[in-house]
Design a protein around this ligand. Sequence first.
Ligand SMILES: [Zn+2]
Length: 197
Amino acid sequence: MYEGAIQDLIDELGRLPGVGPKSAQRIAFHVLSADPADVNRLAGALRKVKDLVRFCTTCFNVAESEQCRICRDPRRTEEVLCVVEEPKDVVAIERTGEFRGRYHVLGGAINPLEGIGPDNLRIRELLGRLGSGAVRELILATDPNTEGEATATYLALMVKPMGIAVTRLASGLPVGGDLEYADEITLGRAFEGRRAV
Ligand SMILES: [Zn+2]
């Protein structure tokens, strides 16, 4: 449609999640007319995220060193471990201010239709962490949709024989939804009202 660099930018933006062709075009023209300093900052942020950000070797949250900020925090208890699908879920739960334990980020949920089984997630690493004996409660905070429920059921079956209490967030979360879209109060209540599975 356009020629050269502006079309390349529209094409690249259009490949991002949640950005349709119209948005891609709008963003591209915004960049074109923006202050060069602002554009440089954006370009720098894009490059830096790939250079600096990696995954925590313990919980697989995003981190800028070997371990993430939460795993490095000695004030957080190791007795309660909260399992989530993605780093954005850690952020959603942290916003509630209800949780003082640690996390484990699976990197997705079991989804047979997309060929994602337990081996594709960080479940082996989770079981390894639980083997240390420090964890007394495992909170399953996977998304309240089909894949999240299947993942929670699978994990409960694996972990209960280890003698660890397994809990699931209380109802009240929008069914079929994504944890990150729950507001802080709803998510906080779901946390407080978690039940044994
Ligand atoms: Zn971590």
